[in-house]
Write a protein that binds this ligand. Structure first.
Ligand SMILES: Cc1cc2nc3c(=O)[nH]c(=O)nc-3n(C[C@H](O)[C@H](O)[C@H](O)COP(=O)(O)OP(=O)(O)OC[C@H]3O[C@@H](n4cnc5c(N)ncnc54)[C@H](O)[C@@H]3O)c2cc1C
Length: 373
């Protein structure tokens, strides 16, 4: 059969586009993923003990976009959840992002917010132009806090020193002089009540959407008949790496179930300095599930494996621009999503990007109309 659209990748980017094109524009869609499941990296499932886990690491939903929130709310109810993270530093579990309690507990001070602001002023190192991830942090909180909370974590996570990484990596993490210990400050912070996969199932179950899992697009492309292609896999792979490979960081996940009902005080504890892993996640604290056992995941960063994080360095951005130029000359082929545009996007940003592409594809005027239609 000839499809209006083939969509490669059933993560947020591919599933949102499949849903919109099928239900709102009446298009036929073949949605392909090489993995045996939908949901992309946001996929969650019950493990052998019946505990809901995130197969590819913890995914916390947060957004400032009422449009994205309204769109996804068609497919799920939500569980209120505000993310809090502790970092294991000098034998204590301390709030990260760094706030008043972090500094007071770490050094045994009893600063007020105003005193902490003065303290940051006194220890922050002047930097002429903030270019790197190290510059961002040492200019704000000084070298000791940088060494204890950021340097080791970033080196593990990215495989390079923060002085070699674009400022955007550590700019994502604020510094606070108050006691706010939330990881995110977005207006909407919540988790899908029954998990991400259930939400994706609702999105893609439509008679116009045919789902083909465990299938690599490359292997069947020649047998397919379609008018337009939406590609959410790695853009360099699509072009057979003709300019070379775009670098990604990957992760190895060590999932474990423990014979205790409670493991750590919050859902995520970071380990910036000790151990080869960067963090441990306890899922019940994210999902609210009650269970006599608990499931945790250790994350080990690595260079090889599934592509998770585009590495933000100028030479990689330049390489991506070469692929983007090629992409712009393809007819009826659209690249979208984290891998398709080589950008460190959160889930809500990918949803917004997919809704914008949908709007373009069907010639609609505004994102608002896209959601209300
Ligand atoms: C460890 C980790 C934690 C994260 N935590 C958060 C978080 O807390 N909050 C947040 O907002 N975001 C988080 N993210 C980001 C989030 O995962 C992404 O924003 C989102 O999943 C991107 O969706 P996507 O559709 O672009 O890509 P993906 O989810 O990667 O989907 C792309 C899909 O394409 C498929 N594919 C690729 N090539 C082919 C091919 N040739 N043939 C067939 N299929 C193919 C892949 O199998 C994959 O399923 C996290 C990411 C990671 C890695």
């Amino acid at each position: 059969m000839q499809y209006d659209f083939v969509i490669v990748g059933a993560g947020f980017a591919g599933s949102v586009l499949a849903e919109r094109l099928a239900t709102q524009a009446g298009k036929t869609v073949l949605l392909i993923d090489k993995r045996p499941h939908i949901g992309g990296n946001a996929y969650d499932c019950l493990n052998e003990d019946g505990i809901l886990i995130h197969q590819y690491g913890p995914h916390i939903f947060h957004t400032n976009s009422p449009e994205v929130m309204a769109y996804l709310s068609q497919f799920t109810q939500w569980r209120p959840y505000e993310h809090r993270v502790l970092a294991s530093v000098d034998g204590q579990l301390l709030p990260i992002p760094i706030n008043l309690d972090t500094v007071n507990r770490l050094y045994g001070y009893s600063f007020t917010s105003e005193e902490l602001a003065d303290y940051f002023q006194s220890v922050g190192e002047p930097v002429d132009e903030i270019r790197t991830s190290e510059d961002v942090v040492v200019s704000q909180v000084g070298r000791d806090l940088y060494e204890k909370f950021f340097r080791g974590y970033t080196r593990k996570q990215w495989g390079v020193d923060p002085s070699q990484l674009d400022k955007m990596v550590t700019s994502r993490i604020p510094t606070r002089t108050n006691r706010d210990d939330r990881y995110f400050t977005d207006e909407f912070q919540c988790m899908p009540l029954h998990g991400y996969t259930k939400m994706f199932e609702k999105m893609v179950s439509h008679s116009n959407i045919h789902l083909l899992l465990s299938t690599d697009f490359k292997e069947i492309n020649k047998q397919l008949s379609y008018k337009e292609l939406i590609y959410t896999g790695p853009i360099d792979e699509y072009f057979d790496y003709c300019y070379g490979k775009l670098p990604y960081r990957s992760l190895r996940f060590d999932h474990q179930t423990l014979e205790v009902s409670d493991y750590q005080p919050v859902s995520v504890v970071n380990y910036p300095n000790d151990h080869a892993y960067t963090r441990i996640t306890e899922y019940k604290k994210l999902t609210g599930q009650e269970h006599p056992k608990t499931s945790i995941t250790f994350e080990y960063p690595q260079g090889e494996g599934d592509p998770y994080y585009p590495v933000p360095r100028p030479e990689n951005a330049a390489l991506y621009r070469q692929y983007k130029l090629l992409a712009e000359h393809q007819e009826n082929v659209y690249f979208v999503g984290r891998l398709g545009t080589y950008r460190y996007y959160n889930m809500d940003q990918v949803v917004a990007q997919a809704l914008t592409l949908y709007k373009k594809l069907v010639g609609m005027e505004s994102l608002q109309e896209t959601i209300q239609s």
